[in-house]
Design a binder for this molecule. Structure first.
Ligand code: DOR
Length: 444
C-alpha cells in the first residue's frame, strides 16, 4: 500500500532500538509514521540518505547560551544555530545567566526570549541557591524546566550551594533528578593560591584537583541517600568518581563531556593555553582512560557538551582571571563520530549516550529513539566523511573551538526536528521552529 508522507528520508542506514538496517523513514504530523521499505510512497519532501546514517536526534543536556546578561558571548539564537549545525535537535540550557534562572519569573523570561528564536527544542534549568531552596519543588515542575542545577563549587556566575546544610535543603525539596556541578567549595578556596601564585594554566588541574571533585561527589551521594533523591553528576572527570558512582547507580547518573574524553593534561594546556581551561578541569591520561572505561562498562549514562562560550579576549586574560569554559554544542556529534570511527565505542552506544538514555532519565516520552509514533527528530550523519573542524565553521558567537584544525571521520549532514529539515550540508534552513520540551514523570 502506498502512503503519503510530509517527508520521506530515503535509503539511509537507520539506527533503531532493534538494530541497524537500511530503511526509509516516513514522517507525518512531525512524527515518525513508518520505518521500512517505503518505495511506493509519495512525499511532499524527500531527503536522500543513501550512504548516510540516520540517528535519533542528539540531545545536548548541558549548554550555556548566556542570555540574558552575556549576549556578547552567545545568545539563544546563536547557540541554537550552532546546535543544529552540529546535528543537535534539543538542548537543556544552564541557569548561570545574569540574572540567574532562580525564580519563576526568570524562567518565564527565558521561555519568552526563546520563542521564535530557537532552532532546536529546548528546556531550561532552574539554579539552586540558599534563598530558593524551599521553592525548588514548585520551580522544577514548571513547563519548560528540565530540573534543578546545583553548583557545589564556584564556577562562572554567582550560583553556589557551598555547604551540606544548604545542599540538604535543596535535595529535600522536589522529586526530579537534580543535576550537580560537583567540586568542593571549601577545598577550592583553600587551594586557590596555587593558581594565583603560578599564574600558569597548567596548574588548573592542580588547583581544582581530583580530590576536590571526589570530596564533593562523596558528600553529594551521602546527602542524596539521606533523602533517596536521584542526582545527575555533570562533567565527571576522575577515575575515583567513576569507580564510586559505579557502586551508586541506584541514585546517580553520570555525564562526561567530549572535551574530557578527547583532551589530556598537560598537552592541551601547552597547546591551547587558557582556551583549554574549564571546570572541572581537563586532567591527566589516567583519568581520561577511566572515563572511557566508564563508557565501556555502562557507568557513564550521558555525554553532554558543557558548551560554555567565552570570547577570545576574555580567554586571553592572565590565568586565573581568565574564565573557565569551552564551546562544544556544535562539535559533540563529530567528535563522538570520530571516536566511533576509531573503534572506541559503538554507534549504538553513541546513540544511548547522546539520545536514548537522556530521553529516559528526563522522561522525554516522544524523543530518544527512531520508532513509529516518536517525534521525527533525526541526526543524519556521514560516518565516512573526513572533515577538518575549523573556527570558521563555528556558529557560536565566541567564534572558536578547542578542536580547531582537528580532522575527524564522521560529520553531521542534516538535522531534522519534528519533521522539518533545519540543517542541510552545513547550512541552517527555514525558520527557528524550536519548542519547549515536554516532560513526563521522570523514570530514570
Ligand atoms: O568551565 C565551566 N564553564 N564550567 C562551568 O561549570 C560553568 C561554565 C561556564 O558557564 O562558563
Amino acid at each position: 500500500m502506498s502512503e503519503r508522507f510530509e517527508l520521506l528520508v530515503r535509503g539511509g542506514e537507520v539506527v533503531t532500538p532493534d538494530g541497524i538496517a537500511l530503511a526509509d523513514i516516513g514522517v507525518r504530523g512531525g512524527r515518525i509514521a513508518a520505518i521500512g521499505s517505503l518505495g511506493g510512497s509519495g512525499a511532499a519532501d524527500v531527503l536522500e540518505a543513501k550512504g548516510l546514517t540516520v540517528l535519533p536526534g542528539a540531545i545536548d543536556t548541558q549548554v550555556h547560551f548566556r542570555e540574558p546578561g552575556n549576549e556578547h558571548k552567545e545568545d539563544l539564537e546563536t547557540g541554537a544555530r550552532a546546535a543544529v549545525l552540529g546535528g543537535i535537535t534539543a538542548v537543556f540550557e544552564m541557569p548561570n545567566t545574569d540574572p540567574p534562572t532562580t525564580t519563576a519569573a526568570a524562567l518565564a523570561d527565558k521561555l519568552k526570549r526563546a520563542k521564535g528564536r530557537m532552532w532546536c527544542d529546548h528546556a531550561f534549568y532552574v539554579g539552586a541557591s540558599p534563598e530558593n531552596a524551599d521553592k525548588l519543588g514548585d520551580l522544577e515542575g514548571l513547563p519548560g524546566c528540565c530540573g534543578v542545577k546545583v553548583f557545589m563549587g564556584s564556577s562562572t556566575g554567582s550560583l553556589l550551594v557551598p555547604d551540606d546544610e544548604t545542599l540538604r535543603a535543596v535535595l529535600a525539596h522536589g522529586k526530579r533528578r537534580v543535576s550537580v556541578h560537583s567540586e568542593d567549595e571549601t577545598r577550592l578556596r583553600e587551594r586557590k593560591a596555587i593558581a594565583e601564585k603560578s599564574g600558569d594554566v597548567r596548574d588548573h588541574p592542580n588547583w581544582r584537583d581530583a580530590e576536590t571533585a571526589v570530596r564533593a561527589t562523596t558528600r553529594l551521594l551521602q546527602a542524596a541517600r539521606t533523602f533517596g533523591r536521584k542526582v545527575h553528576v555533570l562533567h565527571t572527570t576522575t577515575a575515583e568518581e567513576i569507580a564510586f558512582l559505579a557502586k551508586n547507580r541506584d541514585l546517580a547518573t553520570v555525564e562526561v563531556t567530549p572535551q574530557h574524553l578527547t583532551l589530556e593534561a598537560p598537552e592541551c594546556y601547552e597547546r591551547l593555553g587558557t582556551l583549554a581551561q574549564m571546570n572541572p578541569p581537563i586532567r591527566e591520561a589516567g583519568h581520561r582512560v577511566a572515563l572511557w572505561q566508564g563508557i565501556a562498562n555502562g557507568t557513564v549514562d550521558v555525554v553532554g557538551s558543557d558548551h560554555a562560550p567565552h570570547t577570545r579576549d576574555e580567554k586571553a586574560k592572565r590565568y586565573p582571571a581568565s574564565p573557565s569554559g569551552m564551546p562544544g554544542v556544535q562539535t559533540l556529534v563529530p567528535i563522538l563520530l570520530d571516536h566511533v570511527a576509531a573503534g572506541r565505542l559503538s554507534l549504538a552506544r553513541m546513540v544511548d549516550l547522546t539520545s536514548t538514555t537522556a530521553a529516559r532519565i528526563w522522561g522525554l516520552a516522544n524523543k530518544g529513539a527512531l520508532a513509529v509514533g516518536r517525534d521525527a527528530d533525526l541526526t543524519i550523519v556521514d560516518r565516512k566523511a573526513r572533515r577538518t573542524i575549523t573556527n570558521r565553521w563555528i556558529a557560536s558567537r565566541c567564534g572558536w573551538t578547542p578542536f580547531d584544525g582537528m580532522t575527524v571521520t564522521g560529520w553531521p549532514k542534516a538535522t531534522v526536528i519534528r519533521g522539518a529539515i533545519v540543517m542541510r550540508d552545513d547550512e541552517v534552513r527555514g525558520k527557528p521552529i524550536g519548542r519547549p520540551l515536554e516532560f513526563a514523570e521522570t523514570v530514570g
